[in-house]
Design a protein around this ligand. Structure first.
Ligand code: NAD
Ligand code: LMR
Length: 333
């Protein structure tokens, strides 16, 4: 039984994510923090007949500190979402500072908590959290995760559509590696639990891959200025948080793709760096979760030449995104 905290809990993702966590029997306490509206969201959720005790906090009266005290898992969906025409990197200007300040609170109050970062641009906000933790002398790479589960959820859904049987979607598992923006999102359909049809053409594979890479844009466009994915993200965020909580509670054999610091498991991380031909510090890949967080970083395994090409395109952009996050905090060397 764990204490979960949502930072940005009154937002489009925060509210449905809090609802799903309130319904999770492994959550005994749920703290909701935002700069607005959390007392109302908490009061509303508190009437649901599940065990988790819910409390809402605002910045006044040391609210962040109170929300984070005793936290096992902290999920961060705080920050602004995209509008049509924007890239995730365009959000850096506002979200980098928000994430840095929240990370400072976590490093001070709950340095051992598992931190799950949803706020975009994930490729840069995860390094920001790490650098803040380093500054405070409390960084444990095993406990920090960029949430890329929505890419995995999309790959399953879109595969099921291609296979002509949407009922397959929940059982389809496609590793999605790299990062979480455009070309850095690399679905490995050759490793899917449900292979694509034998006669699936190269151009159809390219189209399916592009759909996963730019699935976020599909939602941004459809919402037409009213934000980006919230409900599917809450689903994906709750799914990943549940895996982390289960692993924390001792369940074995849980593997999920997530964007991690490759020093979290030196052996696996070094092998992955060799595979991608670049010494990046962060990459999304299948990770085995354990009670201490990252237990094992899986390498990418056998890739097709098409997938190798996607990785080679992803790496330089990821490198730029990571450097941008790291330099924002300017950890003294
Ligand atoms: P939203 O605007 O609906 O909600 C954001 C919430 O953050 C708001 O309630 C706001 O008050 C709060 N907030 C702002 N500054 C804060 C601070 N300093 N402390 C605490 N809370 C603060 O936005 P949303 O649609 O929920 O999206 C949130 C973020 O998640 C965006 O950056 C978006 O790009 C990202 N996102 C990531 C993924 C992913 O796959 N990782 C998917 C969808 C969205
Ligand atoms: C997504 O993938 O839906 C999110 O990262 C939100 C976005 O900006 O597309």
């Amino acid at each position: 039984m764990s204490k979960a905290v949502v930072l940005g809990a009154a937002g489009g993702i925060g509210q449905p994510l809090a609802l799903l966590l309130k319904c999770n029997p492994l959550v005994k306490e749920l703290s909701l923090y935002d700069i607005v509206n959390t007392p109302g969201v908490a009061a509303d959720l508190s009437h649901i007949s599940t065990p988790a005790k819910v409390e809402g906090f605002l910045p006044a009266d040391d609210g962040l500190k109170k929300a984070l005290t005793g936290a096992d898992v902290v999920v961060i969906p705080a920050g602004v979402p995209r509008k049509p025409g924007m890239t995730r990197d365009d959000l850096f200007k506002i979200n980098a500072g928000i994430v840095r300040d929240l990370a400072t609170g976590i490093a001070t109050v709950a340095p051992k908590a598992f931190v799950l970062v949803i706020s975009n641009p994930v490729n840069s906000t995860v390094p920001i959290v790490a650098e803040v933790f380093k500054k405070h002398g409390v960084f444990d790479p095993k406990r920090l995760f960029g949430v890329t589960t929505l890419d995995v959820v999309r790959a399953s859904t879109f595969s099921a559509e291609v296979l002509g049987d949407v009922s397959l979607a929940p059982s389809i598992s496609v590793p999605v590696v790299g990062g979480h923006s455009g070309v850095t999102i690399v679905p490995l359909f050759s490793q899917s639990s449900h292979p694509l049809p034998k006669d699936f053409s190269e151009s159809s594979l390219q189209a399916l891959t592009t759909r996963v890479q730019f699935g976020g844009d599909e939602v941004v466009k459809a919402k037409d200025g009213a934000g980006s994915a919230t409900l599917s993200m809450a689903y994906a965020g709750a799914e990943f948080a549940t895996k982390v909580i289960k692993a924390l509670n001792g369940e074995k054999g849980i593997v999920a793709p997530t964007y991690v610091n490759l020093n979290a498991d030196k052996e696996g991380g070094d092998a992955l760096k060799k595979e991608i031909g670049k010494s990046l510090d962060y990459f999304s890949t299948n990770v085995e979760l354990g009670p201490e967080g990252v237990a094992k970083i899986h390498t990418l395994g056998k890739l097709t030449s098409f997938e190798q090409g996607l990785i080679q395109t992803a790496v330089p952009e990821l490198e730029t995104n990571i450097t941008k996050g790291v330099s924002f905090v300017e950890t003294p060397k």
